[in-house]
Design a protein around this ligand. Structure first.
Ligand code: UDP
Length: 437
């Protein structure tokens, strides 16, 4: 199927970049007719260089193109407000954006047709580039619908009164808000005489020149504001508004830690322990690993905890030191409490039924590593029948002498920890259903 390209132009601030990239990811998840290029404006007055640098790794489906650095005049030396400096800075990117689109999309024979541009609220002047290239422009509004209604109200008000807001204006009704908004909570740019107010009025005007406005909110939350925007649209005053939120990057927040725990009888020989350690280092996720010592007589007896936490007896040299910021190795773990913790994003389990039920109850997706008893067939049930487990092994037996390699362990963990993993989604849905019983 022939794809269509979308060019996204976020503002460099983290609170603008994150929802824009989340929006791109969700669009690609839902609609395979699009491919997406993001034009990255480097760190400036409000930029976040760390996050900007991490962008290319955030989703390999998205193409990132860095735009050149344009310095912003220093705020201290400037006569004008920060809002105006930011607006002028973004406007100065118009030729670079145009050039990047021509070079990378329009005149590249491998490229797909350009379907449109989606730019951040502070990049509203990019509507000119869209017009010059004959490409439809959409606005991406990272704040809420009520705030959008306020911004769309500014140009009409300015046409009438031609001045900034003053305290005595507090009787005026700001559309989008249910209650009358007291002037002491108004954003300061409304009062700003050094270009702040003027820049926002200009943004509001440019918003109206777009083909549509995408907002990071949801209508159940802001029913009144969304209704107000819909009415304005019906009156022909504003473009259609699409609510697509909440766009939140959950990665690295709630799904941080992988938990490895193998039931009351699970333990491994030294070779296997070393491969698990290798896998954990390789996958790069934070971890909590319940590592237990095999029974002295491996025919009978239960594993025990390493005395005085002497895990280095079996772990690779330097492993504990190298991973001290990444993870913890422990003995018997309070499994249910661990699984209940919101930071746990994946569970490498031996697939004992209690462990499976516990993981489902807390919505933590499983990587299957069965060891004994009915765990192999439980693993099969989870992976093949129910689609609730990521397969590392279905037929591993602790008596077989097989050593599962670190690489395989790393890729199973990476897979289960992916935020958009299908097994994760199903596990979360199951969690809700179990909760309703
Ligand atoms: N468990 C635990 N900490 C550990 C290992 C296991 O709390 O370090 C608990 C786990 O929460 C579960 C039980 O022990 O409730 C193990 O039962 P399961 O049926 O999963 O496996 P089995 O031990 O019977 O193989």
């Amino acid at each position: 199927m022939k794809k269509a390209e979308l060019v996204l132009i976020p503002s460099p601030g983290i609170s603008h970049l994150v929802p824009t990239i989340e929006f791109a990811k969700r669009l690609l998840d839902r609609d395979d007719r699009f491919s997406i290029t993001v034009l990255v404006i480097p760190k400036s007055l409000t930029g976040s260089s760390e996050y900007t640098q991490s962008l290319p790794a955030s989703d390999t489906r998205i193409r990132f193109i860095n735009l050149p650095v344009v310095e912003t005049p220093s705020l201290e030396k400037s006569e004008v407000s920060k809002e105006k400096l930011v607006a002028d800075h973004r406007e100065s990117y118009k030729p670079y954006v145009k050039e990047a689109i021509i070079k990378n999309v329009l005149s590249n024979s491998d490229s797909v047709p350009l379907a449109g541009m989606v730019f951040d609220m502070f990049c509203s002047s990019m509507v000119d580039v869209g017009k010059e290239l004959g490409v439809p422009s959409h606005l991406f509004f990272t704040c809420n619908a009520a705030c959008l209604a306020l911004m769309l109200y500014l140009p009409g008000r300015d046409d009438e009164v031609r001045r900034e807001f003053e305290d005595f204006d507090s009787a005026c009704v700001i559309p989008g808000y249910v209650n009358q908004v007291p002037s002491k909570v108004w954003p300061l740019f409304l009062f700003n005489k050094y270009g702040g107010y003027e820049s926002f009025v200009k943004h509001g005007r440019r918003f109206k020149e777009t083909k549509g406005i995408i907002v990071n909110t949801y209508s159940e939350l802001e029913a009144d504001a969304v209704k107000c925007l819909m009415n304005d649209f019906e009156d022909g005053d504003v473009p259609p508004v699409y609510t697509v939120g909440p766009l939140i990057d959950m990665k690295g927040e709630s799904d941080k830690i992988v938990f490895l725990c193998f039931g009351s009888q699970g333990s491994f020989g030294e070779d296997q322990v070393k491969q698990i350690a290798l896998g954990l280092e390789k996958c790069g996720h934070r971890f909590l690993w319940s590592l237990r010592k095999p029974p002295q007589n491996d025919k009978i007896g239960l594993p025990s905890d390493y005395k005085g936490d002497h895990f280095q007896e079996v772990l690779p040299n330097g492993f504990l030191e190298r991973t001290k910021k990444m993870g913890t190795v422990c003995g018997w773990a309070p499994q249910k409490a661990v699984l209940a913790h919101k930071s746990v994003g994946g569970f490498v389990s031996h697939c004992g039924w209690d462990s499976i039920l516990e993981s489902l109850w807390f919505g933590v997706p499983i990587v299957t590593w069965p060891m004994y008893a009915v765990q192999q067939i439980n693993a099969f049930l989870m992976v093949k029948d129910l689609g609730l487990g990521v397969e590392l092994r279905l037929d591993y037996r602790n008596t077989s002498g097989e050593v599962v390699l670190g690489d395989e362990i790393a890729s199973a963990i990476k897979c289960v920890m992916e935020s958009d993993n299908e097994v994760r989604r199903r596990s979360k849905r199951r969690m809700k259903r179990a909760d309703q019983r």
